[in-house]
Design a binder for this molecule. Sequence first.
Ligand SMILES: O=P(O)(O)O[C@H]1O[C@H](CO)[C@@H](O)[C@H]1O
Ligand SMILES: [Mn+2]
Ligand SMILES: [Mn+2]
Length: 394
Amino acid sequence: MRYKRIFGIVLDSVGTGAATDASKFDDEGSDTLGHVGQAYEGNLKIPNLQRLGISNLRNAEILGVPKVKEPLGYFGKMQEKSVGKDSMDGHWEMMGLPVMQELSFFPKGFPAKLLNKISDFSGRKIIGNRPESGTKIIDELGDRQLETGELIIYTSGDSVLQIAAHEDVIPVDELYRICEYTRTLVNGPEYTVGRVIARPFIGKKSGHFTRTSHRHDFSLKPTGKTDLDYLQGHVKTYGIGKINDIFSGQGLDEVFHNESNLDGMEHVDYVMNQDFTGFCFVNLVDFDALYGHRRNPIGFGKELMNFDKRLGVVLENMRYDDLLIITADHGNDPGFKGTDHTRENVPLLVYSPSMEDSKSLGSRQTFADFGATVADNFEVSGTGVGKSFLSELK
Ligand SMILES: O=P(O)(O)O[C@H]1O[C@H](CO)[C@@H](O)[C@H]1O
Ligand SMILES: [Mn+2]
Ligand SMILES: [Mn+2]
């Protein structure tokens, strides 16, 4: 085995420019990293990502982040093969299971037949029922929910059914039970929804509502084995942040829930201090939930700079035979129209203190090259989707 421990960090929604099939999604011209750089007019400072090659992997460098002569390690991009551009598609594909099945989308809201069942189960009426930004819809309907106890149900451009509920009116446990029941209604064949998402919030009145970290995603169960399943049993597997939700716990030995990106990085520090052989898969969701969907490029950049600082600690703590892979699951360009994810290529940054060379890994055909590399390293077969780049790392 080449590396004893591999840490894979997914910067949720940090895309690096429109994919070749972006037109199918009406996402031509999207470029999350590029537009965040432009919003900062040259003041985006991410020195650690920079020396790993975050601009080198792009055609046009990120404004304020010049390409470096010799990046620390290996760098490239990955292209998505899955038919969707949601977190589930992205992460499953990274672990060797691209989502090729069309999931159900509800641009006109959910059918009454489905909502009636949720209503009967919960004893609550349903309001909302359209694609909307989650912060907007609680601003609009939160006061009413406080009075009536009705459920706010909404969707987005993704295959998601989201239920927003004020924690004082619909306690989190109850909300989770409603979501678990809803999950059973949308596992196919009639409706196949990627994720049912519990969206608890707090606050006195409209304009002052904030969503809490009790968000919970109830994903479809992986429709087959992922690379995590192949790894489990051979080596230790860790999941940090949304990873547990996205894989419904499948293939994961030990998991941590994140309150925030910062909290997530503390979990990374903790795991880095453990002696183990295996794979630690990390998702940092704040880029996406707090800034990408909110179309806030300044907040997005600030979060990138915060991450970069914490990345400095990780780089210092890495052991000689550790490997770090940094990537993303889709784009969510805060400078783009709408509030949905954007179909983009994702960065691929690969580093180990043991590396003696630095090279481009090029443009990979699928996110699955990530999982294929991890499987290759730990000498398990993996799903067989994707091409390992392990032998290119010198
Ligand atoms: O607008 P909010 O509630 O953040 O929802 C967003 O978050 C969902 C999951 O990432 C996306 O599908 C999008 O709808
Ligand atoms: Mn995501
Ligand atoms: Mn999202």
